[in-house]
Unconditional design. Structure first.
Length: 155
């Protein structure tokens, strides 16, 4: 893996790259003359791709599965790999009860449903359904919820 050094100058809307170097000393010399900074980047970093497919599961609060879909495992615009497990709580117009959408890596659709059910049970155990569509998280802690919503009592 090769490291490059980017000389940058300016701030906010004036922030810009000036030059790229393979040698830190050369980059530092120019940055000092321009009152700039040196940023270090790795070229062609090792990317570890997920070994399992990614699924999106919609599940009602009572455990009824609405849908299971195989979804992309990386953002098509940035190339960033999506987080391991993410959920959202929301209410759909055509269902009387709330549902949760769970994105997760799983061996197959059945495994994804099992993971989504575990998330649903956690939401129930921690009484997070009460927040409705105000919560979307990567398994945030009770403390983070209390900080955000102002000292909610544990139930």
């Amino acid at each position: 893996m090769t490291t490059i050094y980017i000389v940058t100058c300016g701030s906010y809307s004036d922030f810009h790259n000036v030059a790229a170097f393979s040698c830190y000393d050369n980059a530092k010399t120019l940055a000092d003359k321009l009152d700039g900074a040196v940023e270090e980047y790795s070229l062609d970093p090792a990317i570890i791709y997920p070994s399992m497919p990614r699924f999106h599961v919609d599940m009602l609060q009572d455990g009824t599965v609405i849908s299971v879909q195989n979804v992309p495992d990386m953002d098509r615009y940035t190339g960033m790999i999506f987080s391991v497990c993410h959920y959202e709580i929301y209410r759909r117009n055509y269902h009387a009860q709330q549902s949760c959408g769970v994105n997760c890596y799983a061996y197959d659709a059945t495994h994804a449903i099992k993971i989504a059910n575990e998330v649903r049970l956690r939401l129930t155990a921690e009484n997070l359904w009460r927040f409705g569509d105000e919560i979307s998280a990567n398994f945030i802690s009770q403390e983070q919820i209390e900080d955000k919503y102002g000292g909610l009592p544990r139930s």
